[in-house]
Design a binder for this molecule. Structure first.
Ligand SMILES: O=C(O)c1ccc[n+]([C@@H]2O[C@H](COP(=O)([O-])O)[C@@H](O)[C@H]2O)c1
Ligand SMILES: Cc1cc2nc[nH]c2cc1C
Length: 350
């Protein structure tokens, strides 16, 4: 599917299904409101599916999009760029944290090379969809051409479509890319209007001097490119990464198929903000898995009006925060399927 046909397929939440879910929640054998945020989540998922109860989010599929970044040359991260390719190999071998969490929650995992700088050779779980071997340096020129950004977006759309065609009832975002918290911060700043210092954090863990340089790089890129958030493709191309673009497409692809997508940390959060700029109704498909410690993540979620399910101080990426949130999403939906009503169970109401 092209970007345009995907955007055209995205529609608003179904109000009658949401009303039915609210009504059912009120009749279940529990005090009204006692499941807190899970109740509203179940209502949102009913609205997305256009059905009450909505489908359980099983089977669930994680896609980890990997890319490299020209802005690495600015010294915004202490890690060498080749760690991106090395970690992709680790995902394929099953040895990363996301592999452990995917096994723990029963989700499938695939890795997509959308922009890694080093040629990779993987097995069945690595998809070669490389658009470019790393972006250009956003501190000095647009990171991508419009065509490259569009191609990466469409990689994400087609991965989402293939996973849904294969039976996935829930998609989870994953990312890997040394230096990718810098473009994430720039995107969040460009689309939300928050200033560079408010959205730029310590990524994998950087000292004060590196952090000051990173804030200056983000502020400088915004001053240089003067992105117009009403032009999402141009803004994404100027400031983004190939995995950010693919993740935005992945989220749009989920929304077009009316399947929930659990959004991980700051990289996925920035991609979600891009997706919402293309199609505001796409927010109906998004579930915020967790609140990453990276400050841009909370700014992105506030902009989208989403409340994170978990807040564990995590800042790993890979899809780890989304994976841990999956059982909570499943629990919220299962309540609508399994729990008796006051009527059916013969429980007295107050
Ligand atoms: O998901 C997050 O919120 C997150 C926060 C900090 C770091 N990361 C991960 O760390 C890498 C980027 O960090 P950095 O410091 O090199 O920009 C990249 O591979 C991300 O998956 C991810
Ligand atoms: C080791 C390592 C693992 C990661 N996983 C996601 N980002 C990462 C960054 C590093 C450096």
């Amino acid at each position: 599917m092209t970007l345009e046909t995907t955007l055209a397929a995205i529609g608003p939440a179904d109000e009658p299904a949401m009303a039915a879910a609210r009504d059912l929640q009120a009749r279940l054998t529990k005090p009204a409101g006692s499941l807190g945020a899970l109740e509203e989540l179940s209502v949102r998922l009913a609205g997305l599916a256009g059905a009450c109860p909505p489908p359980l989010p099983e089977p669930a599929a994680i896609a980890v999009f990997a890319g490299d970044h020209g802005v690495h040359a600015q010294g915004v991260t202490p890690w060498p760029q080749e760690v991106t390719a090395q970690m992709v190999a680790n995902f394929v071998a099953g040895g990363a944290v996301i592999n452990a969490f995917a096994r723990q929650v029963g989700a499938s995992l695939m890795v997509v090379d959308v922009g890694v700088a080093i040629p990779l050779h993987g097995g069945d779980t690595l998809l070669d969809a490389n658009v470019r071997r790393g972006t250009r340096d956003l501190a000095v020129e647009p990171a991508m051409t419009l065509d490259e950004a569009r191609a990466a977006l469409e990689v994400g759309v087609s991965v989402a479509g293939a996973l849904v065609d294969g039976g996935a009832k829930c998609l989870l975002t994953g990312d890997m890319g040394i230096a990718n918290t810098t473009p994430a911060a720039a995107l969040v700043s460009a689309f939300t209007g928050a200033n560079a210092a408010a959205v730029t954090g310590r990524g994998t863990g950087i000292d004060d001097e590196t952090h000051a340089r990173k804030v200056a790089v983000v502020a400088g890129a915004l001053a240089r490119h003067r992105p117009d958030p009403r032009q999402p493709l141009a803004t994404l191309a100027a400031l983004g990464g190939l995995e950010h673009a693919a993740l935005a497409g992945f989220i749009l692809g989920a929304a077009a198929r009316r399947v929930p997508v659990i959004v991980d940390g700051v990289i996925a959060g920035s991609a979600a903000v891009v997706a919402a700029a293309f199609a505001p109704d796409a927010v109906a498909a998004m579930v915020a898995g967790h609140r990453s410690a990276e400050p841009g993540a909370a700014v992105a979620l506030a902009h989208l009006g989403l409340t994170p399910l978990l807040d564990l101080g995590m800042r790993l990426g890979e899809g780890t925060g989304a994976a841990l949130a999956l059982p909570i999403v499943a629990g919220a939906v299962r309540v609508l399927h399994d729990v008796a009503t006051f009527d059916s169970a013969g429980v007295s109401e107050k």
